[in-house]
Ligand binder design. Structure first.
Ligand code: FEO
Ligand code: CA
Ligand code: CA
Ligand code: CA
Length: 580
């Protein structure tokens, strides 16, 4: 029983077996339910969801968005707000009438733009479980055309100016909102990841060398009509031959006040421009604000922001994400590391350039290329943090001629101690402990909390994984991660769910819990085949866990005859005890 399990370990559940079907599973003694799905109403006037055609363009900004990802819960005075990212569209599902899942009109583009961004919604628990309060005055959709302000060193720089915004301080929309974060003062942070995919061009691009170099480093294609979602064909803002600086206005951490539906979101350029996964905060002993951030691309880096000012509850927080220092991580093979400050002296770049072309600044100081840094989690019960390094098929791989492959900036991805496997298809989680028990310290010790692997397939080599991987808890590609207030590490996966070959015995993507002290890891939840499990938070009373199911490959959760719908599910204990 769950009670017996609790007595012998920190886990209040028995491990779930791997699953391969089209629905969600949780351990005995727990239950799950659907809270909200793509297309569900967030306002009383939202259009009804049609199981075959989805949502029309008119009203597509009044429903819960597509591809649920990072989320945070805020509460005050008995009101609970769930703030959730909608990362990217699935055009074949969102535009079911389209040819080959391609946006073929301005109307199609607008519908996709409306399905993405951020959802703010009040949630309430009633006799039948949790639901969205559809008529709450707090509900809000932030999408690809919502006005934002830009602050920090890059605000007003020439590289941020466009025909529509000659000030370089006002932009529209937040893009590819992947992981999440929160601030000590109760605002939401949404993290712009693969923003490059929204841009394309209708003609040859003739930018200056710095701009062209930036496009290459960040993956903004200059191939005619290569834009992944075909925005550029119908919305000139995304055509870089017409608006070459528009991509420089995306790729940031964006702060949103969840309690004020009229508040203008703020793009914080001081925290750097890259493919932001999430933003995990800590406070230094004297109260400076630290924000850890990963750049999710093969061979890119891990970063840390440290504010100049001190956080004081109820005090002025307006400069804490604009005045400070950005650092990038160097992981040395002796299992120590350094946070290297991205200063003008160290990089040869002006502050605004460091903010806009952060990847190049990090390359200039010799940062360690990583195996795709996804979510970072700070342990609230110890001075340490963890990062999921999800996988990297190019680690240690060689080009013709024997040269080790590089990231887009030419930094080699040689095997090293923190990224120890060539052709790393399983991923690992690195943990670091800052020196002097101070997240503001510039040095740290690190180890690998786990290397995922498959001892059933690979015997005892590096691909078997670390000792805390066994036949019962197999997984690959750790991605989402949160550490609960009791110190358990919740790990979500976004990997190969074929359940065969190297991945045999792993089943569908899943969520596991890890004990930081013993290293023990147990499977807790499995998603429907084809999905990724991403996004995790708790109700104010911690008796409900909210878990995101992104891009299910089945008609989940409505069943046969319906389009697949990304969904947030609730997980509760049948005895109503705390979850985690
Ligand atoms: Fe949107 Fe790196 O995950
Ligand atoms: Ca992710
Ligand atoms: Ca991923
Ligand atoms: Ca994803």
């Amino acid at each position: 029983s769950p009670v017996a399990a609790q007595q012998t370990s920190r886990f209040a559940f028995e491990q779930l077996a791997p699953q391969t079907d089209g629905t969600v599973h949780v351990p005995n003694g727990y239950s799950w339910d659907v809270l909200v799905r793509w297309g569900d109403p967030l306002f009383p006037d939202a259009p009804a969801f049609d199981p075959e055609t989805g949502i029309p363009t008119e009203g597509s900004d009044r429903v819960f968005g597509e591809n649920t990802d990072g989320m945070e819960l805020f509460h005050q005075g008995g009101t609970e707000l769930l703030v959730v990212n909608s990362e990217y569209p699935n055009p074949k599902i969102n535009l079911p009438a389209s040819q080959d899942g391609e946006a073929s009109s301005a109307d199609d583009v607008l519908r996709l733009q409306n399905f993405q961004g951020v959802n703010v919604m009040e949630v309430v628990e009633g006799a039948d479980g949790w639901s969205v309060v559809v008529d709450s005055a707090y509900n809000r959709r932030i999408h690809h055309n919502t006005p934002m302000v830009i602050d920090g060193p890059a605000a007003g720089h020439d590289l941020l100016k466009t025909a529509a915004d000659e000030t370089g301080t006002q932009s529209l929309g937040t893009f590819n909102n992947c992981g999440s974060g929160r601030t000590p003062w109760g605002t939401y942070l949404t993290c712009e990841e693969n923003f490059n995919g929204y841009f394309g061009t209708t003609q040859e691009v003739l930018g200056d060398e710095a701009v062209m170099q930036g496009y290459r480093r960040y993956g903004v294609s200059t191939d005619i009509d290569a834009g992944r979602y075909n925005y550029h064909g119908f919305d000139a803002r995304f055509d870089i031959s017409q608006n070459p600086n528009e991509p420089h206005r995306a790729g940031y951490i964006v702060e949103i006040d969840p309690w004020d539906p009229e508040a203008t979101p703020v793009k914080h350029t001081a925290l750097g421009r890259f493919k932001h996964e999430n933003a995990a905060y800590a406070l230094t002993p004297e109260g400076r604000v630290v924000v850890y951030m990963g750049d999710d691309e093969r061979g890119e880096f891990m970063y840390k922001w440290v504010s100049t000012g001190i956080y004081v509850a109820g005090g002025d927080t307006s400069t804490l994400l604009s005045d400070g220092q950005l650092f990038v991580a160097r992981f040395d093979d002796d299992m120590t590391g350094q946070w290297v400050a991205l200063t003008p002296e160290a990089t040869g770049m002006e502050p605004a350039e460091i903010s806009i072309f952060t990847r190049m600044a990090a390359s200039a100081v010799g940062a360690t290329t990583m195996d795709r840094p996804e979510w970072i989690a700070v342990n609230p019960t110890a001075v340490e943090a963890y990062c999921c390094l999800t996988n990297n098929r190019n680690r240690g791989a060689k080009e013709d001629g024997g040269v080790v492959k590089t990231n887009a900036g030419g930094d080699p991805m040689e095997v090293n101690a923190v990224n120890p496997r060539e052709i790393n298809n399983y991923g690992q989680i690195v943990r670091w402990r800052p020196h002097e028990d101070d997240h503001g310290a510039e040095s740290f010790d690190w180890d690998l909390y786990v290397m995922a692997g498959n001892p059933e397939v690979h015997g005892d080599d590096l691909y078997a994984g670390t000792a805390n991987i066994n036949a019962g808890n197999l997984f690959n590609s750790p991605d989402g991660m949160q550490i609960d207030t009791a110190g358990l590490i919740w790990i979500q996966t976004d990997g190969d769910d074929s359940n065969e070959g190297d991945f045999a015995g792993m089943g569908n993507n899943q969520m596991l819990a890890g004990d930081p002290a013993t290293g023990e890891i147990r499977r807790f939840l499995t998603g429907p085949n084809g999905c990724e499990v991403t996004g995790l938070t708790w109700s104010a009373d911690r008796r409900t866990m909210f878990v995101g199911i992104q891009h299910p490959g089945q008609p989940f959760p409505d069943g046969e005859g319906s389009l697949p719908r990304s969904a947030i599910v609730t997980v509760t204990r049948d005895d109503n005890a705390l979850v985690g």
